[in-house]
Every structure is written in structure tokens, then in C-alpha cells.
Ligand binder design. Sequence first.
Ligand code: SF4
Length: 312
Amino acid sequence: MIDKSLLKTFGSRENPLRSSNMTKLKHCPGYLVAAHMFGEFEEDTAFKAAHTGSAFGKAAEIYHRDYDQSEPTESEIADILKATNHVALNGEGEGEGRQDPFQNYDSKKVTDWLKMYCSDPRNHSNSVYGEVIVESLEIPLELVLPPHKIDKTRQEIVITCHLDQVRRHPLLGMPVIWDIKCVERFETTQFINPYYAAQLSVYTKAWEQRFGEKAIMGGVIHPPSYKGFKLVPNPGTDKKKKGKKIRVEKAVHECNVFLQSGFSADTVDAQLDQLRYLIALIRQGDILLNSGPHCSWCYYEHFSNCSATFKV
Ligand code: SF4
């Protein structure tokens, strides 16, 4: 049985939440409470996918720190991959900001995606998508929100996060929040922005709180979407075959890797209000259960297991 007195500090300074868990909270509050109390429960394949995502994130970070003025050479890409592998094996940093090792990653996927990412002009420092703000790479942030009006604990809500990257909009001059997601599950990629909207809302507001400047929620950068595209020196060039003009290659910059959220500042606030409401319910011991495909990654695995434990 759940000790409901423990739930009163859920998402407080004493018991903060991670932004990466906001999707779980939206899917099913019971899922997040279980993860919070009993630890994450994930399939081996999800474990490998998570490590592959971490490895690509690290490789992209190294690229933007040292190489994004132009397309790197093959030997520079090899250096980026070598440095990534070093972190994958040993972890990096100390204390709260420490990155744990992620050695179970798929190096072929990371190599393929990185080559495309580095050759994509949208990722070079003079891109129309804006220059990456180097100080934003993997920066740890904290978002503090007031409790919802129904929240009797009156405790502030604390959510910690690590940003992937923020770019400076070339025309507006505003910071644009981007998150790199390497998920390949079809059902997720189809709805990737709504799926991660809560997490991106946390990033956007956390940036505003830390730096005191309005930010735009950019969206998701999805490297697996490079699949099927080729590096072409003269993008968009058609070739002739048997007298017919056909398009034989697609240019890297044509592929739909930048998935813009299109969410306004009001949407960000609405997302955060929902999170505050769900957290208030959990703190008072009312844990909503919403079964779905995500049950297979949950500690309880099936509605028949959790429903006996969580009685609203
Ligand atoms: S098994 Fe499904 S419905 Fe039950 S807590 Fe987990 S995710 Fe929610």
C-alpha cells in the first residue's frame, strides 16, 4: 500500500520532480507515483534506446561547443565520437549535475545521425534556425512554481531539468528552446510535440526564471528522421535515367528533423497549470489512473495491478 503521508511532499523542494517525468505525469499520475516510489521500470530495449539518446545528445553538444562553424571533417567527426565514447564509458561531472555512464548505446545509429546532423546547414552557426547558445548546452536548471489553488499543502513545486540546447533566433533575437529526442517508436514520433509539450514547457519557463528573458518554445529535433536521406553536395539536383528526369536523392536539409511545436506562451502556461493541478491531486492522495500503451513501462504493468493499490 502507498503511504499517503509521503505524497504530501510530492514535487516539493524536499522531494523534487525531474522534467523528463512530466510526460509520465500527463499519461498517468499513478505511473509517475510508482516510478517515484519504486524506481523506474523499463524494458531492456528502452534502456538501450535511452543510452543511444544520451550518446547522441553528448555528441551534438561536443559538436556545437567546438565544431559548428562549418561542416566538420571526417577526422573531426571521429574525434567527436571518441570523446562521446569516453563519456559513455566513464560518465562526466560531479554532484547533482553528474552524467552517469551510458555505455549500452548503439554506436552505428549515433554515428549515422551525427554525420547527417553535422552536414545539415540548419545546425551550422550561421543557420536560419539560429546559433546555438553554447552556455545553454546541457545546463542544469530548476523551475519553481506556486502550488495550485486547490493544493492544501501550500508548498511550492520544484522541477529540475537539463536543457539540450537553446538557439538565438536570428531575427527576433529571442532564445528558442529545443530538445533532442531520438525515440523511434512509431506511436511517439507521430505525435512527438504534444507528447513532450509538458517537458518543453518546463524548459521554457525555467529558462525565463533563470535568465529573466522571454523564450520561445521551439520544439523537438529528431535525428532518426534523417533516415533515408543522403548527403548530397548539390542538394536538390535531379538526375536523368533513360531520358527521364527523376529525383534520386533528397538533400539533408529537406528532411523533417526540426519538429516545430508551434506553441505560444499561453500554451506553455496552460501546460504548467495542468501539471500544478495533477500534483495537487497527488499531494492530497487522489491518484488518477489512466491505462494505455505506457502501462508496459510502468512498475504495475497493468491496470488490474495498480487499481487495487490506488483507490481514489
Ligand atoms: S499500470 Fe497503467 S494505469 Fe496503472 S499506474 Fe501504471 S500506467 Fe497507470
